[in-house]
Ligand binder design. Sequence first.
Ligand code: FAD
Length: 488
Amino acid sequence: MTSYDYDIGIIGGGAAGLTVASGAAQLGAKTLLVEKEKALGGDCLHYGCVPSKTLIRTAQVYHLMKNSRAFGLPAIETRPVDFQAVKKRIQSVIETIQKHDSEERFCSLGAKVQFGEPSFVDEHSVRLNGNTVSARNWVIATGSSPSVPAIEGLDKTPYITNKEIFTLDQLPSSMVILGAGPIAIEMAQAFCRLGTQVSVVQRSDQILTKEDKDMADEIMKVLGSEGVTFHLNASVLRVKDLGSEKELVLKDGEEAPISLKAEKILVAMGRDPNVKALGLEGIGVEFDRKGIKVDDRMRTTRKHIYAAGDITGTYQFTHAAGYEGGIVVSNAIFHLPRRANYTFLPWCTYTDPELASIGMNEKRAREAGMEYSIWTEPFKSNDRSLAQGEQAGKIKLLLDKSEKPLGVQILGPQAGELVSEWVAVLNGKVKLSTLATAVHPYPTLGEINKRVAGTLLSQKVFSERVRKGLKFFFNLKGRACGGDSPKI
Ligand SMILES: Cc1cc2nc3c(=O)[nH]c(=O)nc-3n(C[C@H](O)[C@H](O)[C@H](O)COP(=O)(O)OP(=O)(O)OC[C@H]3O[C@@H](n4cnc5c(N)ncnc54)[C@H](O)[C@@H]3O)c2cc1C
């Protein structure tokens, strides 16, 4: 039997790689984790989820301060934002979480951590820092990087991406954001709230294109009311560096080209897989523009080499990367053929209001040719929502022909938290009648989950047929007030 230096080698120390490393090492596999940056943690910790959610919270507090009168409080004279102080807060949150993702912690779990950029020399070995290291199984978890579009002049014009935006020296007075996906839209609202004049340029007629249009349009309305300008159906013709400002010439619709000038350009137009320099071509691991090709057990076209996380181009979220990392551990270490199933993978865009999604939305149901019915409930009918002064949005439940839930979308306060109840309901195949009759604390935002399920149930319980039956069996006398039956 061939002997290798390690049972498993993992390339990339982000959410996916760390999950595999900790699982494999704790199960007793001799584990190597290789990371090219100076610290573990990946995009999520350093340039993604953590800094963005910290910034969003800061922007939210500033927004509330500026809107104190809406809560019956005196108006506050707010001073301009000092981005150095905001940056310091972001760094301190990253540093706190970094301890959990430290080299020492992984060593204590039993995994060897090495820093460097490996390249495959054969299908079991990589060249790393001048040495050749072999492993029985490899996992490629190198993540993704911002895609930079081929726009005339962009290569000669300074621009920023998610890698630079959280460490700017000062708050930009103005910013044009190219793209309207979750990263773009979260940053648009946060920077606008902090005091930057923000414009969003989007190729299609909708922001957050994976979401249903009615939900995405509602977010656009909120951001518009806060001061973000949107250019939809727009293509950027050219970009020019004017020194302290950058100019973008764009065409939206039939009108003549327009010129936008801004201090910063944020490029947020999707992600490219980090495949360069890994030497994958030489070992038969196939990939395309989207990422490395994997089967549902996360195996690449070389079955002993796995890929997980953003690198596969499937669902580019930290929790998806962690989930896929777990699938790799099952298959590579336990040798159990566990398969990835994304049917009820939730996600959330952390705008205010948040937009959370699980299962099918209308767009995906239509694409799949499914028949569905929709049940909605607005947040303006939720008592807690009213008390909080957060009334925008609704919950939307999609049912199939046999009234089984296909998916849920929540646009509203703390939607990312509220969707967790649906994670349990949908994965646990809990009946909607159970959710509708389970007692939820009052007044909570979570009552909206019970209420939307209850609407469906009440339509059946309070039907004309049930009324007639009860009248017949128990001799009920019927309505005491008003002529018509109530509308349900
Ligand atoms: C601004 C922003 C906000 C986000 N917000 C959220 C959110 O709120 N919720 C959410 O779920 N997701 C969010 N994401 C997405 C999330 O960050 C990613 O899905 C997640 O980080 C993917 O994990 P990963 O392990 O696949 O890749 P990464 O975390 O990127 O880790 C890959 C690691 O591999 C290393 N690497 C790359 N190439 C090599 C090489 N050749 N050799 C060795 N090491 C290498 C990298 O340095 C990195 O450490 C956000 C992303 C961005 C950009």
